[in-house]
Design a protein around this ligand. Structure first.
Ligand code: SAM
Length: 427
């Protein structure tokens, strides 16, 4: 039907455009620049409760070509692949890119943070779906590999350590229900190292027992998880599962970031008698020397001195450090320079005051400075082409702090994909 004959203000038209683009209402609203109640506005348009303004109708009409343009401009857009994967809790795609580079095609992404979605869209040309807890697994395409760096606050040392009693801890059960429904050949999960010792090891044991199918019945009534996840717990998975803590600094990146990685291979698909250690091996640390200077930019190329911290912040940091010292602990800011071997772990709170990684500028007679967004990208092993300015500086710091060290994931992706290929061609 020609555009002239279509009522572009009708709810049906708007819904059709949205569904054709594969967008949830929240993501549709985000792309149209609506505010936090945007999902409700879009729902109202679709049900005919109210109509969009002429400007918004024009934006809706232009959305398809906008998304096409994003794909054209995205440095890491990928059309085809030899295997498929999904990217859950995708953040800015730190786990995605290495798998894409190994020949994979991402067929589904979920990330609900609208700023992370923006960086993701700019780099990969794909707009992520939103809240995974609201997406039935039947709506997720079949895939060979599931990837998920699930939220870690509930398990991290700095957090409240609530684990499965914290809704952020129960997101593992969304991975579990998708595995039950889709049975990908393999998966890679990532989390903070503290997951290993959380609740005296019981949390990790529960996760591993669910993945291997050795789980005794779990009391689902106590868990705040959706009905599909509750139902899925009555089905047993059958994955061969291994885990290991790997450190970025052991793979040539000057950051002391340790993370737990959990890999799994479906025994129903590959066979229960397979000796998986003949096929999959953990990446060996390269142990090449690291130096913070290798990720630093020439700060003089910036017009403004916007990374040097203010006198107020610097004296606050010094005061707090002194107070900690009096109490006999080593907490407080940390200073690094070019010759430092590696930095502390960059965290999602880096944007607040930068205390975990400050670069010494005594030689310039200045207060210390924060890392630049490009330096954060390098500290996480991201390629130079990665777009770091699709969002504000505060948001990009948060995104890199939440992300993974891509260099480590690259080694893991290589070995995991190699294992699948070897397993599939073993006869
Ligand atoms: C630890 S970060 C993972 C980052 C990712 N691995 C990367 O490379 O950037 C967890 C991510 O999960 C997202 N998230 C948390 N709850 C979610 C939900 N219910 N649905 C979708 N995404 C969610 C957060 O916004 C965050 O970006």
């Amino acid at each position: 039907m020609s555009d002239a004959l279509v009522d572009c203000t009708s709810g049906q038209y708007i819904q059709n455009v949205r569904e054709k683009l594969g967008l949830g209402r929240t993501e549709f609203a985000n792309l149209l620049g609506l505010n936090s109640t945007g999902e409700r506005t879009v729902r109202g348009w679709e049900t005919g409760e109210h109509k969009p303004t002429v400007r918004k109708i024009n934006d809706i009409k232009a959305l398809e070509s906008f998304l096409k343009e994003q794909q054209t401009n995205a440095p890491f857009y990928c059309e085809k692949g030899e295997f498929t994967f999904i990217d859950l809790f995708a953040g800015i795609g730190g786990i995605r890119l290495p798998f894409q580079n190994e020949g994979g095609k991402c067929v589904f992404t979920s990330e609900w943070d609208k700023f992370a979605q923006k960086t993701y869209l700019a780099n990969y040309g794909d707009m992520p779906h939103g809240d995974i807890t609201k997406i039935p697994s039947k709506q997720i395409p079949n895939h060979d590999v599931l990837l998920g760096g699930f939220p870690c606050q509930a398990f991290s040392q700095a957090g409240l350590k609530q684990g499965f009693n914290d809704t952020r801890g129960t997101l593992f059960f969304d991975i579990q229900r998708i595995l039950v429904e889709k049975r990908p050949k393999a998966f890679l999960l990532e989390n903070v190292k503290q997951l290993r010792g959380h609740d005296k090891g019981r949390t990790l044991n529960t996760i591993l027992s669910i993945l291997t199918g050795c789980n005794a019945n779990i009391d689902v009534e106590d868990l705040s998880i959706n009905d599909e996840a509750k139902m899925a717990l009555s089905e047993k998975l059958n994955y061969h599962v291994e885990y290991k803590v790997l450190r970025a600094a052991d793979f040539g990146i000057p950051q002391n970031r340790e993370r737990i990685y959990i890999v799994g291979f479906d025994k129903d698909y590959f066979g229960s008698d397979v000796k998986f250690s003949d096929f999959f091996e953990w990446p060996e640390p390269t142990c090449q020397p690291t130096r913070v200077g290798d990720i630093l930019e020439d700060i003089n190329t910036y017009d403004e001195d916007k990374f040097t911290i203010s006198d107020k912040l610097w004296s606050g940091h010094q005061k707090r450090k002194e107070e900690h010292k009096q109490k006999g602990n080593g907490f407080g800011y940390s200073l690094f320079d070019e010759e430092s071997e590696y930095t502390n772990t960059i965290s999602a709170r880096y944007y607040k005051d930068g205390s975990e990684i400050l670069i010494d500028q005594t030689s310039l007679n200045k207060n210390p400075r924060k890392l630049t967004p490009r330096e954060c990208a390098r500290l996480q092993g991201f390629p130079e082409e990665f777009i770091v300015d699709a969002v504000s500086q505060g948001q990009i710091y948060k995104q890199f702090g939440n992300s993974v060290c891509m260099t480590v994931v690259k080694e893991l992706a290589k070995n995991l994909v190699k294992a699948i290929r070897k397993l599939e061609t073993r006869y």
